[in-house]
Design a protein around this ligand. Structure first.
Ligand code: DQA
Length: 143
């Protein structure tokens, strides 16, 4: 099973952002954990991160023909980037939404997610383990 993990804007500076919200791992350390979980679960995972919304949209399009599931953390784009919603909305493979912090219990503006109506599952506020939960979910629900 092939899975694309797409991390969005500002997640490249994890490790420098507030550790009480996002934990202390760098993006490289987070991706290395994700690859470790993928090996344990016998999944083929590719992690990507971008600060360019157009590039992120393109990676969503790539998912149409290349993978069996997508894990998205669009970061701040989650709350307003309808182009990302539209890029994902015609996918017929499962999409899982992950946020390191608990976006439902932070600022009011973070409670809105433009992708939630498209996703099969959502893991928020579990730190890096949210990505593990997402991979496990996709594995369990694969055809
Ligand atoms: C985030 C939550 C977003 O509100 C925020 O803008 C981020 C990261 C998270 O993983 O907790 O950059 O998506």
């Amino acid at each position: 099973m092939r899975i694309s993990v797409l991390n969005g804007v500002n997640l490249n500076i994890l490790g420098r952002r507030d550790p009480s919200l996002y934990g202390g791992l760098s993006i490289a350390e987070l991706e290395s954990r994700i690859y470790g979980w993928a090996r344990e679960l016998e999944l083929t995972v590719q992690c990507r991160q971008s600060n360019d919304e157009g590039e992120y949209v393109k990676w969503c399009h790539d998912a149409y023909d290349t993978v069996d599931g997508v894990v998205v953390n669009p970061a701040a784009w989650t709350h307003y980037a309808w182009a990302i919603h539209d890029a994902l909305e015609s996918l017929t493979i499962p999409i899982v939404e992950v946020h390191l912090s608990n976006v439902d219990e932070r600022d009011e503006w973070r409670r809105k997610s433009v992708v939630t109506d498209l996703v099969a599952a959502r893991f928020v506020g579990h730190g890096p383990d949210g990505y593990k939960m997402a991979l496990e979910y996709l594995k369990e629900h694969s055809k």
